[in-house]
Write a protein that binds this ligand. Structure first.
Ligand SMILES: [Zn+2]
Ligand SMILES: [Zn+2]
Ligand SMILES: [Zn+2]
Length: 116
């Protein structure tokens, strides 16, 4: 079927691509679509950089943002992004880090008020 390719805007033999819902030519399909998958996190068509537990594609940006920095927090035992490390190099998540800091500040404030 002849039509305008969604990607290169040229009149070519195009095929409706179910993945992106538009008609594209075979050259653009090879270049743009075939090597790419829908990222399970941002839902954009991108080359897969990593995979989640179910084998879903994760793009590089999402992988860096969501997957790579996660470690088991030594305090809450959840897989989270690392905010700080304790003396044993154990990961501490942002929530625990904030809670910890608040507790410390509170203790310090308490001490300061007592010494007055
Ligand atoms: Zn094209
Ligand atoms: Zn993504
Ligand atoms: Zn935590």
């Amino acid at each position: 079927m002849n039509g305008i390719c969604f990607i290169c805007d040229k009149e070519k033999t195009v095929r409706k691509n179910r993945k992106i819902g538009e008609s594209i030519c075979s050259a653009c399909y090879r270049r743009e679509v075939k090597s790419k998958e829908m990222c399970t996190l941002c839902q954009f068509e991108k080359p897969a950089y990593g995979r989640d537990d179910e084998g879903g594609a994760i793009c590089r940006a999402c992988y860096q943002r969501e997957v790579k920095p996660k470690e088991l927090c030594t305090l809450c035992q959840f897989l989270k992004r690392v905010a700080a490390r304790n003396e044993q190099d154990g990961a501490i998540c942002f929530a625990c880090y904030r809670r910890d800091r608040r507790a410390k500040l509170k203790a310090e404030a308490l001490q300061a008020s007592r010494s007055n």
